[in-house]
Design a protein around this ligand. Structure first.
Ligand code: FCB
Length: 463
């Protein structure tokens, strides 16, 4: 048995758009994901998050289920347009920007009440709330004003954060500003496979800068407001290796690693953008104003790390802006998940050690790790998902190894608590510890949920 340190926090995660449903109920405004999935030619088999797991209506049962599984913490996100249907909050910064039919700054009390009840329900059963402010569901009204590439969006995010902090800031232990800003910026604004479906690298890099700027300003607000709890940000740190020894492959791998990791870690921890990457992208560089990098480089309390896979990187003259092509890499005998992601448990400690060695070993949480496999339920709906157990076990063992090497890792969250709407894929891939029957909404814990409950109870995993 590999015994984790006392106080190590075990949890599971979800995000608002992926589970809540109720997309137009209770006063909620439209998000960019609502718009994206409702437009003609939806490429997700016409799947939408309209109903999803119906968590908005089943929240009390879901919290009871978490308790039954023994979760110590639950990571979820708040839907910005559920709280502020038109995106704007009471102005604390400037009056510019979209004014709304309902009046700029209108808070939706029902939306805020929902999250208030969720936090209280968790605390009642001793589950630590870990709240993400932005898991990509930007209010459509703000996208209509330009979205993340618009500098004002950073201030509007701070208005939103303040509304949420004022209501929940006395009870939430862990806050994250953004989930995977790389994905929000590049899949949303450069590759167009996520909402809002734009294909323009210049907009994507500008979005990165404003996501980071809004992070820094929000951390500042959080400190000034004297709210309880800790605040950080969640990055997707996948592992990249060069596909070969050719100089061109090594350089391509360096560019890809810089775009995923250094583009965020350098400004957050060191107050500058990665020079090599910025030289390479040339005219696509974002507009950065004096003082911005100082704001981004605020001390944070923890870094959240989402990690799923390893990729090999080769030089490819047709490979978009970075002239790179990635292919999945799997450790010997591991194969790929249903997403076509290469399973490589050593990739996880490699990324954690990079943060330890190059960014001052901040307090870290693995905020997402997990896998989709084609689960086969028996006639009662029960799923024996041994492959998922193997994946989770190997990654938890790898996390243990990182702790032994001195990484300041304080917790682990499996993705996901339950099967849900996989963004850009729909309901095909199932990542849950708990199976969801999408016809009835019924939740049935899988074998992996039972296994994970034991890990939590023992605060340890088999060797
Ligand atoms: C991550 C997202 C999460 C989920 C997993 C599979 O990039 O943060 O919402 O979709 O991938």
């Amino acid at each position: 048995m590999l015994q984790f340190p006392n106080g190590f926090l075990w949890g599971a995660g979800t995000s608002a758009y992926q589970i809540e449903g109720a997309w137009n109920e209770g006063g909620k405004g439209e998000s960019i994901w609502d718009r994206f999935v409702h437009r003609p030619g939806n490429v997700l088999n016409n799947d939408t998050g309209d109903f999803a797991c119906d968590h908005y209506h089943r929240m009390p049962q879901d919290v009871a289920l978490m308790k039954k599984l023994g979760l110590q913490s639950y990571r979820f996100s708040i839907s910005w347009p559920r709280v502020l249907p038109e995106g704007r909050g009471p102005s604390i910064i400037s009056g510019r920007g979209p004014s709304t039919s309902s009046g700029r700054g209108a808070v939706n009390p029902k939306g805020l009440d929902f999250y208030d009840r969720l936090v209280d329900s968790l605390l009642e059963v001793d589950i630590v709330p870990n709240v993400t402010l932005n898991h990509w569901d930007l209010p459509q009204a703000l996208q209509d004003a330009g979205g993340w590439p618009n500098r004002d969006n950073a201030d509007w995010f701070v208005e939103y954060a303040r509304v949420v902090f004022d209501r929940l800031g006395d009870r939430v232990a862990l806050w994250s500003t953004h989930n995977e800003p790389w994905v929000a910026a590049f899949l949303g604004y450069a590759m167009g496979v996520h909402a809002p479906g734009i294909r323009d690298y210049a907009q994507a890099y500008q979005a990165v800068h404003h996501l980071l700027l809004s992070h820094g300003k929000t951390v500042q607000l959080f400190r000034q407001g004297g709210y309880r709890g800790e605040i950080g940000i969640v990055l997707n740190l996948e592992h990249f290796q060069p596909a070969g020894d050719r100089e061109a492959d090594l350089a391509a791998c360096e560019r890809v690693s810089q775009e995923f990791a250094n583009l965020f870690l350098d400004p957050l921890f060191k107050g500058h953008y990665p020079e090599m990457l910025f030289d390479w992208i040339g005219s696509h560089q974002p507009d950065v104003q004096a003082g911005d990098l100082g704001l981004i480089n605020q001390p944070i309390d923890f870094l959240g790390i989402n990690h799923y896979r390893t990729e090999l990187v080769a030089y490819d003259p047709d490979g978009a802006l970075l002239k790179a092509k990635t292919t999945p890499f799997s450790a010997s005998g591991w194969g790929q998940t249903e997403m076509g992601w290469g399973i490589d448990p050593p990739g996880l400690p490699a990324e954690l050690l990079n943060v330890k060695e190059n960014y001052g070993n901040p307090k870290m949480y693995i905020t997402e790790n997990g896998c989709a496999f084609p689960d086969t339920p028996d006639n009662t709906g029960f799923v024996v998902d041994e492959k998922r157990i193997d994946y989770l076990r190997a990654h938890i063992q790898a996390a243990f190894e990182a702790i032994e090497s001195g990484v300041n890792l304080q917790g682990y969250y499996a993705w996901s608590l339950m099967d849900n709407f996989e963004l850009a894929m729909g309901y095909g891939p199932r990542f849950g510890l708990v199976r969801v029957d999408y016809k009835t909404g019924q939740r049935i814990p899988k074998q992996s949920a039972r296994w994970y409950s034991e890990v939590i109870a023992q605060n340890g995993v088999d060797e």
